[in-house]
Design a protein around this ligand. Structure first.
Ligand SMILES: Cc1cc2nc3c(=O)[nH]c(=O)nc-3n(C[C@H](O)[C@H](O)[C@H](O)COP(=O)(O)O)c2cc1C
Length: 401
């Protein structure tokens, strides 16, 4: 008998893998973070306190950026960002759903050139990653939306009605395309002024947020905003400052009629943010909406327990290829983005990670978040053997049991 090597039993292989992981995790060379820390239970060790990166380029993923922001922000700013409504079940569902999907990778494909560019509502974007609208960013960092616009580089940024700085001021600093997000107001002359300002600032698309007929129950946010006494300082809102007439945010009487009104009052394309059902997707067709963002406001509004990724398929079904569909909610990894693109989303918007970056390291943090996500998306595209964003289709996905 020749001197054959014995096959390694699974048990022996697991033991040596565990030993290696234990060794790696104990090594001072490794900067631990939320993601690395998830390995500790896998090797039977208690999870340690997370080491928080102290320099922007040491952040390895958006979870570490979150940890860095936690260290810098006061309780009011922190709870403004991280809260979900009620018990946070919808916010959690947005993340958990990604585990329901597996990626089917192909082999032996030339992936030496990967193209992340994508066409969205007639605009050529260099990446399918878009910054979702987030209001009051000066609460998070003194540079507010100006810092975010600088950090966004060439990425598309959607600017909130409730931004600390006006759309004109943000546009003056931005190097990438901007869209304007509108919260409806009972005062239509004020809405008209907002639309005109956005158009003048160069926005070609308007995003009407429709998931705020009332305000979500974000208890910790309320508590820290008012220190429990029901009062809090007024936040600056740049889009309101130069308008002398009656102005406010919120119109509980808003119906589909608003789409006709917008059409008559702006030449911007119209996107509805907050569609989550097939029925409403069909109504978008009937009212001639140009685009949809499948969104539940990051689980900050209704506690529906429905993940946006679970809503995506029925919305796409409802639009019957007539309307472009984007999505947001819980996107933290390139693989998450890949899955949504595979299920038919044209692009993906990210909310909280951009303000973790802003809160932790200002504009450099925003830029780092985007480059981390871009790199992760490129990596999974290479592994899957797909070289163009437009080619990421359902054949790369499989629903797990
Ligand atoms: C702090 C904060 C402020 C937000 N402000 C707005 C806003 O002004 N307008 C809006 O349409 N959506 C707003 N959103 C919702 C985001 O645009 C987006 O839908 C959501 O954050 C996506 O989920 P994610 O944070 O899990 O990525 C806000 C979200 C957060 C976390």
């Amino acid at each position: 008998m020749g001197n054959k090597l014995k096959p390694v039993t699974t048990g022996a292989r697991m033991d040596s893998r565990r030993q290696l992981l234990r060794f790696m995790l104990q090594s001072p060379l490794i900067t631990s973070g939320a993601s690395l820390a998830s390995l500790w239970p896998a090797v039977g060790m208690a999870r340690p306190e997370l080491a928080v990166p102290d320099a922007v380029n040491r952040t390895l993923d958006v979870f570490q950026m979150k940890a860095a922001a936690r260290k810098k922000l006061d309780m009011r700013a922190w709870h403004f960002i991280v809260n979900g409504a009620d018990d946070g079940k919808t916010m959690t569902a947005n993340r958990q759903v990604f585990d329901d999907w597996q990626i089917r990778v192909r082999r032996l494909i030339d992936i030496s050139q990967v193209d992340q560019s994508v066409e969205v509502l007639g605009e050529s974007l260099h990446s399918p990653i878009i910054l979702a609208p987030i209001g009051s960013q000066q609460l998070i960092h003194e540079t507010g939306e100006i810092g975010t616009a600088r950090g966004a580089g060439r990425h598309l940024m959607i600017c909130s009605t409730a931004s600390s700085f006006s759309i004109e001021d943000i546009a003056a600093q931005a190097t990438g395309p901007l869209w304007f997000q509108l919260y409806a107001s009972k005062h239509r002359p004020f809405m008209k002024a907002l639309l005109d300002n956005a158009e003048q600032a160069g926005c070609r698309t308007l995003v009407l947020t429709i998931d705020a007929p009332t305000i979500g129950n974000r208890e910790a946010e309320r508590w820290f905003r008012t220190a429990g006494n029901g009062k809090g300082p007024r936040l600056s809102m740049g889009n309101f400052d130069n308008y002398a007439g009656k102005k406010n945010i919120g119109d509980p009487s808003m119906t589909w009629e608003i789409v006709d009104w917008l059409r008559a009052n702006t030449s911007m394309k119209i996107v509805l943010k907050g569609i989550v059902t097939r029925e409403d997707a069909r109504l978008c067709r009937r009212y001639g909406v140009d685009g949809i963002i499948v969104s539940n406001h990051g689980g900050r509004q209704e506690e529906s327990n429905r993940a946006t990724l679970d809503c995506l398929t029925e919305v796409i079904d409802g639009v019957d290829n007539e309307i472009e569909v984007l999505i947001d909610g819980g996107f933290r990894r390139g693989t998450d983005i890949f899955k949504a693109l595979g299920l038919g989303a044209r692009a993906v918007c990210i909310g909280r990670p951009q303000v973790w970056g802003l809160g932790a390291f200002g504009e450099k943090g925003v830029s780092r978040v985007l480059s981390l996500l871009r790199a992760e998306l490129v990596r999974i595209m290479k592994f899957a053997g797909v070289t163009r964003v437009a080619d990421i289709g359902g054949e790369y996905l499989q629903r797990g049991d």
